[in-house]
Design a protein around this ligand. Sequence first.
Ligand code: GAL
Length: 804
Amino acid sequence: MRSIMNLNFGWKYKESFEDAFVENGFDDSGFADVMLPHANIELPYNNFNEKCIQFISCYRKKFPVTGEQAGERAILHFDGVMAYCRVYLNGSYAGEHKGGYTPFRLDVTGFIREDGENVLVVMVDSTEREDIPPFGHVIDYLTYGGIYREVSLVFVQEIHVDNLHIRTKDVLTENMKMEIDLHLENHSGAEKAIVIEFELLCRDESKLKFMEGGVTLAPGPSKLTFTKALVQKMELWDLQAPNLYHVAVKVLHDGVLLDECKERFGFREAVFQKDGFHLNGKRIKLRGLNRHQSFPYVGYAMPKGAQYKDAEILKLDLGVNLVRLSHYPQSRHFLDRCDELGLLVFEEMPGWQHIGDEAWQDVAVQNVEDMIKRDWNRPCVILWGVRINESADDDRFYARTNRVAKELDPDRQTGGVRNFGGSRLLEDVYTYNDFVHDGLNDALQPRSRIVKTDAPYLVTEHNGHMFPTKKYDNESRRIEQALRHLRVMDKMYRAADISGAIGWCMSDYNTHRDFGSGDRICYHGVLDMFRIPKEAAWAYSSQQEGSPVMEVAASMVPGERDGGVLREAIVFTNCDSVRLSKNGTYVGTYGPDREAYPGIPHPPVVITDFIGDLIEKNEGFAKNDAMLAKEILQAVVRHGDQSLPMKYKLKMAYLMFKCHLSHAKAVALYTTYVANWGGKSPVYEFTGFVSDKPVGTSRKGPADSAGLFAVADKDRLVEEETYDVCRIVLKHLDSLGNVMTLSNEVITLETEGPGEVIGPGQIALIGGSIAFWVKTAGKSGTLQVRVRSGRFGDQTLSFAVEKR
Ligand code: GAL
């Protein structure tokens, strides 16, 4: 029977490989205690030299194996080590691996000691070796270093399951079928008669024993294929109801169980056609974001908790239906959550623009194979990316990657991301990065300009470097970033022959010197590096159905805008209408701007009238005079008083004459209804309505500080395979509940109990907010996290830490 030993706690680590083996039996002095996932070095938030990540390090782990745990074979599983490693067990060389993004296994059967301590040593080379993708030229992201994903040791019998590939067929018909490839290993050196049992496990835990068969297994690896027609109709996996099933397999010999394992999968049909993407026979426009798997300070080294949260942010907060794993296979935990949430995935091989020599290409092809074998049962994955992102045509190389993909997984389509039109298409889908939008022009190129055939077409990146935007940039720039994403989406929705568009990108990320804003950050995210939304996040979140979204992209502080006047307030919302009041008095009700955005499901509400009929109500003007006064004030807002066109000057003169207005009174109209100087501080209240019912309110205007608010993503941390993490978001809010985007208060972080802060213990708000993660320390108990600020005092958050 199979048993799994997780090897994630209790590692020793050193930032060099010297003294990895010493004669006195692995002296631990000079080594630090670490847990996996681990980053070879903790980075500052920004302004570092990326060379500091690129070095060779040593990881060492001692563990006992008892006769009971041990099976006949021992296999080490590494989920991801950046970028090259050599592995030794008890002083013997066990193997090497090239490539930081795919898992690998090493059979260490002969090296295990069953009577005492085993010592595992891993030499990790995190330099940018030219023989390994994505290296060899420049890349616009960091690859970090270390054993940054989990490790385990799996004990199995001589005969065991190596992999399981579950394929569903004809899922939209009455004749649903399953085809299972069972990959078995027989190390016994002889033929063996075995019995195989399959069970289909449903969500409600009910089981369907559906196949059983006896075979004679030849020595070595074998692939057995089983086909089963399903009598019972299975529930489909889709975006709203991501129904998942398991197949459990048992391998027996003479009635003795040799191995057993289970794999999760779903029934769904996903296909790109010329007219777009179809899920279970229904056409769906793909609205997506690209994701890098990096986090502040620790780069890629984040366990399940953070990976899950990212998928939840994408699906539940940003409301996208697709994520592209740019530009490499990402954490299995992230993909698990995509399967569970119903979030579609475009997964691609590691690489960025550069194609290396033959040996490099061999590693790349191996990457494709390993990626597919890891994730081929996942219903969320709808497309394999089998080209190096934005590389040139290379028919020989890409014939190989396509062949491997099709041989391993004939039912899933391939794509390969290009940054030019008219490329040789060896894949099923033409996937193209369209950065044409400059804010003024048409938001996407017509498909016909890029691809001449009938191939399905998907825009895989847009915006990004075209408009880098920091969370603390001027309000108008932040809004323009949001509008650029919205315009591209709108164009995509209107173009019947574009399957979807994937924005660049989910969150800001650390990068190399050649890219970004000079501080080693690309500010291309709709979220910042801490996953805190910028206005651009609302372009996405407001497009979702279901829960109401109403985000007012305006502080209603005119001094933040050019000319000191507020020309418009944009409300990103999926509400039917937005009602505005000022200091409790109704101003007007405004609807979505379908004229400007005819394509997207939920155009924003653009409000340009903040006066409504307040002049008539408050000043005793006749209706027509009040309207004329408003027209003139709005013209002043548009043109500025110094450049007011003559016709408005004449209208002003007419109004002053007709209503006997003094110059002072005319000026007072401006200061009261436009500038809001002097009197009561204006509070604008925006209320969203769906089917005439109020569903959400947001209040805006100049306001005082209300304090620092700390909100944790969860209150319980659970250690399973390894440590758990939780994000805590800190926001300096004003008295109306809005982030004070220009605040940069300093905060000190302390912990007590089984856990610690990831990153520095003292941080400063960036654009009014920041977040940090805490991690558990291998023990259960209560973790207290204290957030201290000279200005706001202390607050303590408590977390229950549970060990499973
Ligand atoms: C693309 C590239 C991405 C990122 C993006 C920035 O060309 O594929 O990795 O660099 O530009 O906008």
